[in-house]
Design a protein around this ligand. Structure first.
Ligand SMILES: *[C@@H]1O[C@H](CO)[C@@H](O)[C@H](O)[C@H]1NC(C)=O
Ligand SMILES: *[C@@H]1O[C@H](CO)[C@@H](O)[C@H](O)[C@H]1NC(C)=O
Ligand SMILES: *[C@@H]1O[C@H](CO)[C@@H](O)[C@H](O)[C@H]1NC(C)=O
Ligand SMILES: *[C@@H]1O[C@H](CO)[C@@H](O)[C@H](O)[C@H]1NC(C)=O
Length: 595
């Protein structure tokens, strides 16, 4: 049983070596009182039980106030803290010792600890060595939907070291454990040390297997560094999926060898191109962080820049005006599904993408087809009429369905033929078309309707597996000003983290929740660039991360103090310019701001 007096005595004993070190410039510290960190003036009488805020959050709560997402299994917290020596970290694994992802993960773990130390205030030396032993069952590093991400972590203080044992099925579970371990190590600003708990035991495993964000690098180009920084943030929140919406109508920044005209004509500039090496570098970087990269090649709509050279016969309505007649955003363009050569070009592009990304799944796009765009082409209309089709919606749907089938055949031809395919919701994902054209054993449908849309239930009833990106919670670009007119953009208002946190997939899926693979937050880049992207994503993507990893039954109110700590952690350790959720006073005075 928890008895504060006893613990304070224990702390007195535990901390006695550290008293000399207390930084006398500090007036305020924290006391753990009745399961809360209470701001307290430091006096000579109470200073033995005074903690730095982060240390108090680590120490004071059963579910450990510095962890995010909260583990799904057991947590045992000793409630005693111990100094650790950031200069002496040893991580060993018999099976993984020479694995390059493992080596990168260990180096990253060490760097993350150093980031916690403020450069102006070096640590007081001393503390115990951290000695981590990792046991995995396999040295395979295959990251896909079957990868088991579970882990167990125990930390025990021994006389000469802090001994950590991590048990996982594979590297990816072990990597998550290192992430958790890093969150258990905090900077004690009062005593100028890094500290952790002297005994912890955690078992953990995610509830949903697809946890991610999608990023749009066509409307705005982002440097490799910004993409890496974002992926590093995903890793810190145990998100495992980077959906790369790499091309769109606005620009074509992906290097293509065979159809180099796409890149040459389509990139915003010769500097704004993802070279093959850049993409491979990003994919490897992500993998060392437990993150899958799923590329999207959005078709048959959402093409434009880059296709100029192929304009004559391969596309329809390219850059037609006024754009709203043919598409939602300029420049318009669709590929022309009646031209056989289109499928040869697609096969070439698919082949290069499969070679470059070696992806565990492929996103085929498929959103926002405008029949008015196809219907604007005389040769296309002629093709339909020659087949004895009418120019009614019914036959345009058939044209669309056949396009998807033929494109898929080409993709299958150049991949292993069995890659999971992802497609956005559209008219094609409604009955009867969805059953006719989209094989449910192959396609996972990414839903971008609102939460209450009945079509979600229909897809579940038809047996489809889903990734949820309901725009009324998970579109992170909503709530800002329109880029085309005055007022707000279409999906406003802004979705606050609380709404994202409460966006329950259990309720949405009901008895069919096991058909929901997970969810993705989207960051469309009409009005973001390298300077504001972090704030658009963080820490709201972390709110999603806990929904998907932990799927907590608790309300956001209980999670808030932890998310505030995590937001700081993203800034300090992840170099992310996360958006502040509250002013700093609220962080110092837990529970006094919330209504
Ligand atoms: C880590 O701990 C194990 C078990 O106590 C020990 O055998 C090993 O030598 C330690 N490694 C280091 C580098 O201290
Ligand atoms: C896994 O370990 C075996 C045996 O030590 C080794 O032959 C193999 O190359 C390793 N595989 C990987 C992917 O590291
Ligand atoms: C992952 O492995 C753990 C440990 O063996 C097991 O308990 C768990 O059920 C596995 N998870 C999945 C999703 O198969
Ligand atoms: C396509 O255009 C023809 C006229 O050329 C029109 O009759 C038909 O309704 C249009 N079809 C669609 C689906 O808009």
């Amino acid at each position: 049983m928890y008895t504060p007096n006893f613990l304070i005595l224990l702390l007195l004993f535990q901390q006695s070596i550290r008293l000399d070190a207390i930084d006398t410039r500090y007036v305020w510290g924290y006391q753990c009182l009745e399961n809360k960190c209470v701001k307290t003036k430091i006096t000579s009488e109470n200073q033995n039980s005074i903690l730095a805020l982060q240390v108090c959050r680590l120490y004071c709560y059963e579910d450990i106030g510095t962890l995010w997402p909260i583990p799904t299994g057991n947590i045992v917290n000793s409630k005693t803290i111990v100094q650790f020596n950031s200069q002496s970290i040893n991580v060993e694994s018999e099976l993984l010792f020479d694995n390059k992802y493992f080596i990168e993960a260990v180096n990253r773990f060490k760097d993350m600890q150093l980031k916690k130390i403020p450069s102006k205030y070096p640590l007081i030396s001393g503390g115990k060595r951290l000695n981590v032993t990792i046991n995995v069952e396999t040295n395979d590093t295959i990251l896909n939907y079957d990868t088991n991400e579970s882990y167990q972590l125990t930390l025990i203080e021994e006389s000469n070291q802090l001994r950590v044992t991590i048990t996982a099925k594979n590297f990816f579970g072990a990597r998550h454990a290192l992430e958790t371990l890093s969150q258990l190590i905090v900077h004690d600003e009062l005593n100028r040390q890094l500290v952790t708990l002297s005994s912890v035991s955690i078992s953990d495993e995610p509830k949903f297997k697809h946890r991610g964000i999608s990023m749009d690098t066509s409307r705005t180009f982002f440097s490799v560094d910004v993409i890496k920084r974002t992926i590093n943030g995903l890793a810190m929140a145990k998100l495992n999926n980077f959906h790369w919406h790499i091309t769109d109508a606005q620009s074509f920044p992906m290097e293509m060898k065979k159809h180099s005209d796409l890149t040459k004509y389509g990139a915003y500039s010769h500097k704004k191109i993802y070279k093959v090496e850049d993409i491979q570098d990003i994919v490897e970087y992500a993998k060392a962080r437990g993150v899958k990269v799923i590329p999207e090649f959005d078709l048959p709509a959402h093409i434009g820049e880059g296709w100029q050279k192929k304009k004559e016969h391969l596309t329809t309505c390219l850059n037609y005006k006024p754009y709203l007649k043919y598409c939602w955003q300029p420049p318009c363009g669709h590929v022309n599904p009646t031209v056989d050569e289109v499928y040869d070009v697609l096969e070439d592009i698919y082949k290069e993408m499969i070679d470059i990304f070696n992806p565990p799944a492929f996103h085929t796009g498929g959103d926002e087809i405008f029949f008015s765009c196809w219907n604007s082409s005389e040769s296309l209309r002629q093709w339909m009429t020659d087949k004895g089709w009418t120019l009614d919606e019914e036959h345009f749907m058939k044209l669309w369905g056949q396009f998807q089938t033929r494109a898929q055949e080409r993709l299958d031809k150049v991949s292993n033929g069995n890659l999971p395919l992802i497609i956005w919701t559209s008219e094609l994902t409604e009955e009867p078309y969805v059953s006719e054209y989209l094989d449910k054993s192959r396609y996972i449908i990414q839903v971008w309707t609102d939460y209450k849309d009945v079509r979600i239930q229909r897809l579940l009833e038809s047996g489809y597996r889903l990734i949820i990106s309901n725009y009324d919670a998970l579109y992170l670009d909503c709530g800002y000003g329109s880029w085309a007119s005055d007022g707000y953009i279409w999906c406003s208002p802004y979705h606050e983290w609380q709404k994202i946190y409460q966006n329950s997939l259990d309720q949405l899926g009901g008895e069919r929740v096991n058909q929901i693979f997970g969810a993705e937050a989207t960051i469309w880049s009409e009005s973001i660039d390298e300077r504001n992207i972090d704030a658009r994503i963080w820490p709201r993507a972390s709110a999603l991360a806990e929904r998907l990893w932990s799927n907590p039954s608790e309300h956001w109110r209980r999670a808030e103090p932890r998310l505030l700590m995590h937001t700081d952690y993203l800034k300090i350790v992840g170099d992310l310019t996360a958006e502040p959720l509250q002013h700093e006073w609220c962080i110092h005075n837990e529970g006094l701001c919330q209504l």
